[in-house]
Design a protein around this ligand. Structure first.
Ligand SMILES: [Fe+2]
Length: 243
């Protein structure tokens, strides 16, 4: 089950039937109004795998946090969905195994969850940020990690949340990591994140034309970005066409 599908129609997936058929039930529909089990529920629940339960729980937590973030910083969910889609496409281009994609998706969707702790007026500010305001912005990866650590199931997704503002040349934040010391998912995500930010309107500037954004990404290979990731980005025409 794709995480993004849970954001559109939150459902509890239940696999059942010897023929492999499946159906979806909204959470709670397996219980009657008094909370008692329906006769068929035991059979269904025995076939519900732990991994499905875990995945569904993660999706619901992500959905909840993204909802809060979108109220705090309007547009955050659309940005997270777009960037995550781009990052997974780029991971595929780079040959990252599909088994790693769920954590990439979860980390991508929650990459800016730490902005819940940044005052809203800073996130919406159209003018130049003051030094204290920049300090507050730069705390969001660390604050996001603190939040993620409250849910053990999401710990494997923490690399993107912690390191998506690191730079290949070591001038990023919060840890000043450089080169391959930056986890690969975060190096991938950084390109997708900047690309999406450049090609969409922000409170402080209008969207750039795609050609200009592509040139910026190209010029930052070896500076902001991992050159190998940039090469894969440039080879993937979908970025030029993505909305
Ligand atoms: Fe961020």
């Amino acid at each position: 089950m794709l995480i993004t599908s849970a954001l559109i129609a939150p459902t509890l997936p239940l696999a059942f039937g010897s023929d492999g058929s499946s159906a979806r039930y909204r959470l709670g529909e397996a219980l009657d109004p008094g909370g008692r089990r329906q006769p068929f529920e035991d059979d269904l629940l025995t076939m519900l795998t732990i991994s499905e339960l875990n995945a569904d729980l993660c999706d619901r937590i992500i959905e909840h946090w993204l909802g809060l973030l979108d109220e705090h910083a309007p547009g955050a969910t659309r940005h997270a969905l777009r960037v995550t889609r781009h990052a997974v496409a780029l991971a595929s281009e780079l040959g990252v195994p599909q088994a790693a994609w769920p954590n990439l998706q979860r980390g991508g969707l929650l990459h800016d969850v730490g902005k819940l702790f940044v005052p809203g007026y800073i996130l919406r500010k159209r003018g130049k940020l003051t030094d204290p305001e920049w300090t507050s912005i730069r705390e969001h990866p660390g604050r996001g990690c603190e939040l993620i650590r409250s849910v053990a199931l999401l710990e494997p997704s923490i690399e993107i949340i912690r390191s998506h503002h690191e730079r290949w040349d070591g001038r990023g934040y919060p840890d000043g990591l450089a080169g391959e010391d930056i986890p690969l998912p975060a190096r991938i995500f950084a390109v997708a994140d900047v690309w999406d930010a450049l090609t969409h309107d922000r409170p402080y500037r209008a969207a750039w034309p795609q050609d200009r954004a592509i040139e910026l990404v190209r010029s930052e290979a070896g500076h902001h970005f991992d050159p190998v990731v940039v090469e894969a980005f440039l080879d993937t025409t979908s970025y030029r066409l993505a909305g």
